[in-house]
Design a protein around this ligand. Structure first.
Ligand SMILES: Nc1ncnc2c1ncn2[C@@H]1O[C@H](COP(=O)(O)OP(=O)(O)OP(=O)(O)O)[C@@H](O)[C@H]1O
Ligand SMILES: [Mg+2]
Length: 227
């Protein structure tokens, strides 16, 4: 069976300019990811991992290069997409797990998880309960983020990324603050997502998690190193 090409990036670059200084955050990255594939991105701090992930997720536009997601040319194509079209792509295609979680401190766990849906398919409490159960946080549904451990916050962030039924989950350090037992659990959850055909692209410093991916991209100084 031929697999769907979900992400196709060619020669992506992101250059930041500050006065005469030029920071080549991402400098010529090309890669493809298919439906149900798990790709891990590793590399030292400052090598461009978050910048790359943000471009793939259409949260940040590249300085040059082309990007297609879900079969649509997003950047560098024949036609430039409007902000509205980009917004639709972001919420229909992607679930984001950010390095810093970004949970709203005044909303409960359940409300945080339902939030992305509030502006979209309005999935409601039942769907929220399902993803909470999947992540093992259903008994925390009525807690505020400030009452959770780092690992629980991380799992709330992952649950929130799943609420709109994304085709691609982009995760920046999804196990950054978890112990090895919890990391194993998240590894299993991410693997289950790929079995449902979801593409997972994650940045991780955890070599065990990285090796469990179908493909490993090592980036250094904004470029893919080796394979
Ligand atoms: N908005 C910005 N303006 C200028 N430079 C930036 C900006 N964002 C990132 N950079 C620079 O781009 C480079 C890549 O940053 P990036 O955040 O992608 O690294 P990273 O690999 O995710 O690092 P870490 O593992 O520490 O999260 C760094 O040198 C960083 O200082
Ligand atoms: Mg980063």
């Amino acid at each position: 069976m031929e697999k769907d090409l979900v992400i196709s990036a060619k020669d992506l670059r992101k250059i930041y300019r500050r006065g005469s200084e030029e920071v080549r955050a991402v400098y010529g990255v090309s890669f493809e990811a298919y439906a149900g594939e798990m790709v891990a991105i590793i590399g030292p701090s400052g090598s461009g991992k978050t910048t790359l992930l943000n471009m793939i997720g259409c949260l940040d536009n590249p300085s040059s290069g082309t990007l297609s997601v879900g079969g649509r040319e997003v950047f560098g194509g024949r036609k430039e997409l409007s902000e509205r079209e980009l917004t639709l792509i972001r919420r229909e295609l992607f679930g984001y797990v950010f390095q810093k979680f970004y949970l709203i401190p005044t909303l409960t766990v359940e409300e945080n998880i339902m939030l992305p849906g509030a502006f979209y398919r309005a999935p409601g409490a039942k769907a929220a309960h399902e993803v909470m159960k999947l992540l093992g946080i259903e008994r925390r549904y009525n807690h505020l983020p400030g009452e959770l451990s780092g690992g629980e916050m991380q799992r709330v962030a992952i649950a929130r990324a799943l609420i709109n039924g994304p085709k691609v989950v982009l995760a920046d350090e999804p196990t950054g603050s978890l112990d090895s037992k919890r990391t194993e659990e998240i590894k299993g959850i991410l693997r289950d997502l790929t079995r449902q055909g979801i593409t997972v692209v994650m940045v991780t410093h955890n070599l065990d998690l990285a090796r469990s991916a179908d493909r490993l991209l090592e980036i250094r100084d904004g470029k893919i190193h080796g394979g």
